[in-house]
Write a protein that binds this ligand. Structure first.
Ligand SMILES: *[C@@H]1O[C@H](CO)[C@@H](O)[C@H](O)[C@H]1NC(C)=O
Ligand SMILES: *[C@@H]1O[C@H](CO)[C@@H](O)[C@H](O)[C@H]1NC(C)=O
Ligand SMILES: *[C@@H]1O[C@H](CO)[C@@H](O)[C@H](O)[C@H]1NC(C)=O
Ligand SMILES: *[C@@H]1O[C@H](CO)[C@@H](O)[C@H](O)[C@H]1NC(C)=O
Ligand SMILES: *[C@@H]1O[C@H](CO)[C@@H](O)[C@H](O)[C@H]1NC(C)=O
Ligand SMILES: *[C@@H]1O[C@H](CO)[C@@H](O)[C@H](O)[C@H]1NC(C)=O
Ligand SMILES: *[C@@H]1O[C@H](CO)[C@@H](O)[C@H](O)[C@H]1NC(C)=O
Ligand SMILES: *[C@@H]1O[C@H](CO)[C@@H](O)[C@H](O)[C@H]1NC(C)=O
Ligand SMILES: *[C@@H]1O[C@H](CO)[C@@H](O)[C@H](O)[C@H]1NC(C)=O
Ligand SMILES: *[C@@H]1O[C@H](CO)[C@@H](O)[C@H](O)[C@H]1NC(C)=O
Length: 400
């Protein structure tokens, strides 16, 4: 009898755990099943790249919609995302107009009526300052900024679904700044830290600086980004806290630069990152360095269109917000320690992915909650059975 009860309660425990586990999984990772077909192609589709920098087109086609990712090294590196409500929308480039950068309209997405949303991110400048007092304040002692539109950019190195773009500063043979774009057809995370959760609606850009000679031994760096949009540019940065750091050890925050439509909570597009950079390409925990961001500020649309051929070609009257991301905080090693820095972000449409609890954390929570619940249930069932036995025994008592 005791053995039977034990086996029974074991089975109940198993079923209960599976049930709780699966319901929590679906609770924490909603909407992740959307899939897209991803294809990438350089434009124009010929062996000779256009003069002045390349243009890559990545199509990510969903059920009834398409995300067009355009990645361009003509001027400052830029990534444009256009979301359409049609799975057959196309990108058209008027090359003479695109190359001479005199007017907008060099790049269009057709049919125009299918466009739901668009936004672009321009990697405008790399800033270096001499942090002689090790405060990481970044208020003075700036060296002349590296204007990324003046870098010489190599040809892109494509390996589906990634594109790698590296460039070096003018008059400098040492070191490079690289951007690697990845576009995904499904939800997931890449192997390398910070292992951001991506969806089929976001791309990932990893930026790294390698071997560039610092202009002082106590140099630190900042990256200036510009977000370009039509009616609703990315205007504010939200920082979210969570309790699980399994995917990016010791990082319990995620920052997201989002658009907001008037006051509603609807988010049309986003840039998302974890506030961490790494000082080695294959980092261990001690190579992680915190990073911070400045408040987004409105920028001149003319300056941005002058630096990015892609923005000039697509937008007529762009609204631009700029933000600096600074790497390292007071007391952290300076850049000269490893001569390397990498930082990763997602760029996408819709709401930013919400990191779910990892299966390990769910397991721990389940074990903590599940076992007492099971004990309670088993105890309850036992008491009920006792009660029923008793009442069925009493029912045999003779009626007076
Ligand atoms: C991605 O976008 C599609 C189309 O707008 C939407 O149906 C889907 O829910 C989105 N997926 C995620 C994970 O946001
Ligand atoms: C582009 O070139 C590739 C390989 O040469 C070819 O498979 C593809 O069909 C071409 N695409 C277009 C739109 O011409
Ligand atoms: C596409 O739209 C049609 C008509 O609106 C709808 O019936 C169909 O379910 C949609 N397909 C997907 C994959 O969303
Ligand atoms: C796409 O959006 C446009 C403009 O909003 C609308 O006219 C068109 O009917 C939509 N197409 C589909 C397939 O929903
Ligand atoms: C560093 O400290 C020295 C002495 O306190 C001060 O004169 C100097 O302005 C400081 N430098 C910076 C960049 O704040
Ligand atoms: C800079 O590059 C030159 C030429 O490639 C090389 O000889 C030199 O050693 C490099 N300097 C450093 C500090 O890496
Ligand atoms: C930087 O440090 C190296 C090694 O300690 C030293 O040789 C060099 O002179 C320093 N450079 C500057 C600009 O202080
Ligand atoms: C980096 O700079 C520090 C501070 O000046 C210096 O002590 C150190 O030797 C430098 N490291 C290298 C690798 O040059
Ligand atoms: C947004 O909300 C704030 C306060 O909640 C209000 O003062 C402001 O007028 C609202 N703006 C719009 C455009 O609705
Ligand atoms: C980034 O920092 C530099 C130096 O402080 C400043 O000149 C620039 O305006 C900042 N950019 C943005 C977009 O805030």
């Amino acid at each position: 009898m005791a053995v039977a009860v034990k086996a029974e309660s074991g089975r109940v425990l198993g079923i209960l755990l599976v049930f709780l586990f699966s319901s929590c999984q679906s609770l924490f990772s909603g909407g992740g099943s959307y899939r897209r077909e991803v294809t990438m192609q350089l434009m124009p589709n010929s062996s000779s790249p256009p003069p002045g920098g390349e243009l890559l087109h990545v199509r990510a086609v969903g059920g009834n919609d398409t995300l067009h990712f355009l990645f361009c090294s003509q001027g400052a590196p830029s990534l444009l995302i256009v979301h359409t409500n049609s799975s057959s929308s196309t990108v058209k480039v008027n090359w003479p107009q695109f190359l001479n950068r005199s007017a907008s309209g060099g790049l269009t997405v057709e049919p125009q009526s299918s466009i739901l949303y668009s936004s672009a991110v321009v990697f405008s400048r790399l800033l270096e300052y001499d942090d002689e007092n090790n405060t990481a304040e970044a208020t003075s002692n700036f060296f002349p900024a590296y204007d990324l539109k003046d870098f010489s950019w190599n040809l892109m190195n494509l390996s589906h679904p990634k594109a790698l773009l590296c460039g070096s500063a003018p008059h400098s043979s040492n070191g490079s700044l690289c951007l690697q774009l990845s576009v995904f057809g499904t939800e997931g995370r890449v192997e390398l830290w910070p292992r951001l959760l991506h969806s089929a609606n976001s791309s990932q850009v990893e930026v790294w600086l390698s071997g560039l000679l610092p202009r002082s031994n106590t140099s630190r760096f900042m990256l200036e980004l510009q977000a370009v949009g039509g009616a609703y540019p990315l205007s504010k940065v939200d920082v979210r806290q969570f309790i699980d750091d399994e995917y990016a050890p010791s990082i319990f925050k995620v920052s997201q630069w989002v658009s907001s439509v008037n006051n509603s909570s609807d988010v049309l597009g986003f840039v998302q990152w974890k506030p961490v950079a790494y000082r080695r390409s294959r980092p261990s925990l001690e190579d992680a360095t915190p990073c911070r961001h400045s408040d987004p500020q409105a920028q001149s649309g003319n300056v941005t269109t002058a630096s990015s051929a892609l923005v000039k070609a697509f937008y007529t009257d762009p609204k631009v917000m700029g933000m600096n991301v600074s790497f390292g905080i007071a007391g952290e090693p300076f850049y000269n320690r490893t001569m390397f820095l990498s930082w990763t972000m997602l760029v996408g449409v819709g709401s930013p992915p919400v990191d779910s609890f990892s299966p390990m954390v769910i397991g721990i929570v389940m074990a903590g909650l599940g076992i007492p619940i099971v004990l309670l249930l088993v105890g309850g069932v036992y008491v009920i059975i006792r009660k029923m036995r008793e009442s069925s025994e009493t029912s045999y008592e003779p009626i007076n």
